[in-house]
Design a protein around this ligand. Sequence first.
Ligand SMILES: *Cc1c(COP(=O)(O)O)cnc(C)c1O
Length: 367
Amino acid sequence: MIKFLDLKHQYLSIKPEIDQVISDIINESAFIGGKFVKKFEEDFAKYQDAKFCVSVANGTDALEIAIESLNLPKGSEIIVPANSFIATSEAVTRNNLKVIFCDCNPDNYSILISDLKNKITSKTKAIIAVHLYGHPADMTSINQIAKENNLRVIEDSAQAHSAEHNGKRVGAIGDIGTFSFYPGKNLGAYGDGGAITTNNKELAEKCRMIANHGRIEKYNHVLEGRNSRLDALQAGILNVKLKYLDAWVTKRNLIASYYLDNLSNLGDIVLAGVAPFVTLHAYHLFVIRTNQRDQLKNFLQENNIETGIHYPIALPKLKAYAYLNQSQTCINACSFDDRLLSLPIGEHLTEDEIETIVKKVKLYFKR
Ligand SMILES: *Cc1c(COP(=O)(O)O)cnc(C)c1O
């Protein structure tokens, strides 16, 4: 079986270092806070070109806390891409704010700038840009629109560790950015984990307080917060893995170029484009579009190739959002969801496996 994701393979490639750091942390009983967490926050901030990094328990919390830190007025609307994971919109609703879905760009699936402009009302207070599949959103246009309309910009970078927009890593190009270290992400922990990045000291301090019971020191709470912390074991594991991230992303890019070279002009496949401002694509996912998605997926499965779908139901069409009645307002996202297919990509794949995947996709369309 050619695997979509192989975390065991990755672990075996760095086993001595991972085993060592886990045993060090257990030996020190340094489970919450402490030097491993501090080191990861410092190194990850530097890596993502951000001044500050606040680690939290997961990527969903990172979004919720980042939005809370902006202190938006009651009744505010936040614009959210229709093609994303539900965490992006959940974080808005969990803050008692209103989700307004925005359509996706048919070329690279990130937020469609023309539709973004249409969705702004007098109540709009923020935009969530999702760097979907590892392809940075058009931050220059988004920041410009935000400036003209006095909006805050949150970058959901859960799929885009290391991705660059015009030479700058994502996460602190807008006001505040969020990351997930869910095991399957490009930089994944061995459990849940997340982080918030920003160049704004005030926002960073606010997030840190919210994530740690609103305290400034032990038992001195200046506001009511919550418990959302990255534990030290995860931080230690992430410290090890961060060193390998560049190499892993390079491998993802090599696989993507091979796919792009070999799958163009094949059947009705539409390959995703890479916008000119993308100086580094993180290629968390390699997504193709075809009217024969389900048949192709089954054919590949029969040929021992795992694939994925991101996402099978566009957010506005989910039952959870039926009450919003917005599926007619995001035409691309709501019609692409039954045509998207994610091919395997990742450092676990061998050259032979990539060649096999391409051969089988070609075979499917030539039958
Ligand atoms: C994974 C993901 C999240 C949520 O992260 P968790 O760590 O699983 O909570 C949010 N947004 C996007 C786009 C994601 O892919």
